[in-house]
Design a protein around this ligand. Sequence first.
Ligand code: MN
Length: 326
Amino acid sequence: MTDSTATSTATAGTSSSTSATATAGTSATVTTTRPARVVRLIRAQHAVEGDGFVVRRPFPTASLSHIDPFLLFDHMGPVDFEPGRGVGTPWHPHRGFETVTYLLEGDAEHRDSMGNQGFMSSGDTQWMTAGSGVLHKEGPTEAVQLEGGRTHGLQLWVNLPAAKKMIAPAYQDLRAAANARRDEPGATVRVIAGELFGLTGPGSTHTPISYAHVTLAEGASVSTPLPAGHVVLAYPMTGAFTVGTDGGGGDTSNNVTQVDEGILSVIEGDVLTLTGAAASSEVIVLTGAPIGEPVARYGPFVMNTEAEIRQAFSDFERGDFGAPTD
Ligand code: MN
């Protein structure tokens, strides 16, 4: 930490409250702005979804079920489909959470049992609140499947608290042009939901999260305050970035960490600075307020208890989730 980035305030100061760890029982508090640092690196594993769509998945895996409030993180592609080879995910149900799909490149299509049909292009977000239950299908458009084309995107599952797991399903269609955006030298910041980089995104959230996409040239930096109490994740869809400062003045507590493509970083601190470490990098930054409730999950259903999972299966089998619309 450098002196120029550190701010300290002390209240009810006594001669004993000069360190960051105030003695229990005193009224002294010390607040320090901490530059963010990487506390964990998670390498994505390969998984196959739907009709054969290969994704890179930091979680869920055998060793990491979720990072509260996020339940799944799937990096889709980039893949260049040959004509006739495009694959998506056929009709399937969800209950108890939200699926948020962001398309960096490509053309995708979505249908659901509420009767929605959406098309997405580069920079668009499809935000589906499954709530009490919905059936949907998703994947490249028919044109991409027949004629070929690129797909590159990210699907995130955001958990809902017990009080909201059975709310009515809903759907937000967030176009690229609606994203909050700022261009800086060597960098572009887009915010889809929540507040980051001084921008507020258009997405409506049940569970407080923030979601940003940053494009960085090599050596370019962007900074943002981080929401207090949120978990913070940053992931290069392409390229690489570094987090941290060089710990000038002999302070080695905040060394620079480089995060390469295919690796998810977990970050702690108050102010995050990202610096591009490849010719061009596309970086996703996510923050979320942990829900702190038990998670019971089986495939497309995520509830709080095993009994609720069994109920989801029986409701699904009874047809309560609706029917395919094509
Ligand atoms: Mn789905």
